[in-house]
Design a protein around this ligand. Sequence first.
Ligand code: HEM
Length: 450
Amino acid sequence: MTSTPSTLPLPPGDFGLPLIGETLDFFGDANFATKRFQKHGSIFKTRLLGKPTIFIQGADANRFILTGENQTFVVSWPPSTRALLGKRSLALQVGDIHQNRRKLLAQAFMPRALAGYIATMEEITHRYLQRWETQGQLTWYPELRNYTLDVACKLLVGLDHGSQTPLGQQFEVWCKGLFSIPLPLPWTRFGQAKQCRDRLLQTIEQIIRERQQRSDPGTDTLGLLVQATDEAGNHFSAEELKDQVLLLLFAGHETLTSAVASFCLLTAQYPEVLDKIRQEQQQFPADRPLSLESLREMTYLDQVLKEVLRLVPPVGGGFRTVVQDCEYQGYQIPRGWSVLYQIGTTHKDDLLYPDPDRFDPDRFSPDRIQSQTVDQQKYGYLPFGGGIRECLGKEFARLEMKIFAAQLVRYADWQLLPDQSLEMVTIPTPHPKDELRVRFEKRGMPNGNG
Ligand code: HEM
C-alpha cells in the first residue's frame, strides 16, 4: 500500500437507485455478482442496503479481506440481523471480546465433544429415514429443515423433537426476519421475528437456569458451555449465553439444511457418484457403530461432501465494513464503505476449478489437490469462510453431513419426481425452487447400530 489511497480511482460499477441502490437485484438475482464480475472484471462497486459496497473476487481478494479482519475491516450485518441476533452474539462481537468468547464457545466443538454427538445424530437420522420411507413420496426440503432443527435442538440445548415444539415454531418465524426491512410493526416479518426473539430468549433462559442448577449439566453443547471457563476462570453469564445459544441454533440449522439438500439433489443427478459412495460404504459393516475414526476413513464420501460445498456453498460470501482506507489492485477502498468477500464466485473460478459447473468429487482427490498452492487451497476453497472468524461449527457441520450422507446411501433409494423446478433459490440459503420432490424407498434398514 504505497500510494495515497484517496488519489486512486474508485472501482467501476453502478450505484443503482438512490438509497436502495441495487438491493432488490442483489436479493432477487442468484447471478448478481457473476454478471457484474463479467462486465467489470474482478472488482466492482454498487450500493446495497443503503451503503456503498465493493465486491472483490478471487483467492487473493479473499486473503486480502480475511487477513485484514479487525484492522482494516470489521464484520458487519444488516440492521435486522443485528437486532435479532442481539449484541452479545459472537457474530457481532469484535476484537479481544470476540477472541475470548470464541475460545469459550469452541469448547463445545472439540473432538471429544463431537464424538459425544455421534450417537444422537445417528438416532435422529434413522428416525427420519423411517418417516420418509413411510411417506413414499415427499417434498424433501421442509423435511430436511425439520431434521436439522431436531438435531440442533437436541445437541445444542437437549430438546427432543425441537421442530414440533413452540421453540421450533418461534425459531422459524424468527429466522424469516433475519434479512428483512427492520420495521418493528406487528404485521411485518421483522416485527413478528422480534416478538419471537423475546419468547425464544425466555424459553432458552429457563433451559439455562435449569442446567445451572443441576449437579451434572450434561454433555450437549449447553452442558459444556455452562461449565466452560476462560484462562481467568470466568464463565458465560446467563444473559450472554442466551444470545450465543440462539446464534448457534441459527448457524447450525439454515446452512446445514442447504448442504444436505444439495447432497440429496446432486447424488440423485449423478448416479455414478452415488455408486462409488455405496461401494466405499461396503467397507463399513452395519453393526459397527460410527465413530470419528470410521468417519475419517470414508475418504471418497469426504471428497463428495467437499464438492457439494464447492458447487453449492450455503453461504455465498461475507460482509465487512472498511474501518481504514486502503487500496486493492489500483482502486481505492474508502473507509465507511462495505466490502464483500466471495465464496460462491470463487468456487466457480475456472482457473481454480476447470469446468466449474460440473459436479466432480475427484477434484478433491489427493493427487489433484496437491497441484494447488497453499493459498489456493485456503482462500480458493472456503465454504466455511476463513481467518479469525472462520465458521466455529465447521467440524460439527462436517460430522452431521457425513453421518446423514452415510446413513442415507446405505439404507435408502430416492429419485427426483418429474415436472418440478430444480432452479436454485438463494434466500435464505440455496435450495431448489420446488423444494425437492422425491420418491423415497427403503434399501434394507440397519440392524443393531441405530
Ligand atoms: C454446512 C454448514 C455450514 C456452513 C457452510 C457455514 C458457513 C459459515 C461461514 C461462511 C461463516 C463465516 C461468515 C463470515 O465470514 O462472515 C460462518 C460463521 C459461523 N458459523 Fe458456520 N457454517 C455452517 C455450519 C455451522 C454450524 C453447524 C454451527 C454451529 C453449531 C456454525 C456456527 C458458526 C458461528 C458461531 C459463526 C460465527 C463465527 C465468528 O464470527 O467468529 N456454523 N459459518
